[in-house]
Ligand binder design. Sequence first.
Ligand code: FE2
Length: 231
Amino acid sequence: MKHNYINEIKKLEGPPKIVKIFSEKEIKMIQELYFILPEKIFNKKQNVRKKVWIQNYNKELDRIYCDKLKDVLGNFKMDTLTSDTGENFYGIFHESFSPLKLHADSGFEEKDIIFKQVITPLSPIGETVIFKNKWYGKSTSFTIDEDELKINPGPGQNERSCEHLGIEEFDREIHRKYLTHIDINNLKGLKVELIYKWKVGETLIMDRSHIHCSSSNIKNKKIALTTFTKK
Ligand SMILES: [Fe+2]
């Protein structure tokens, strides 16, 4: 799949931004919501626990979250799955015990005009590495592993691809410091746009087309809330 409206998507793009939109109290409320939500997935292989933000657990917080995103993004639609009854989930809470590998969260519908993804760290240690390189296909995990490339993803699962690869060797120093969980040959042709050092109280906003991953620096576990948007 390739997105149908790449020009429209590109018009909405811009550099990653770090903003402070939630107060300490609101971050606490979000952390408490995470605690009470039911578990959605515990993927042992990826070593990740996921919960989705279901509406109506804390109506006041639902309203605050939407209003604040609207202040900073303007008009948008949520694009983070819907419940059985068709209500939008407001985001995905990701609790990971090992670093996420190279991927793009560019969506699953070719007709959608994908917009920004909003990442709010809920634990203090770690980085998100954002590359200048972009991807306008389906949400994809990038790999050079022959067996992994053979995987046929189910609905809502990332494709596998090695089409992100370029020719130039990746920066060895950056690899050693931040990306030892990824084969350096899987980073050929990639250039870093930003290494965002997590800070609770901040929120990272970036285009959904960015190829990105976690850094290899993880202490026990990391928790973040991510909301995907479209126009
Ligand atoms: Fe991601």
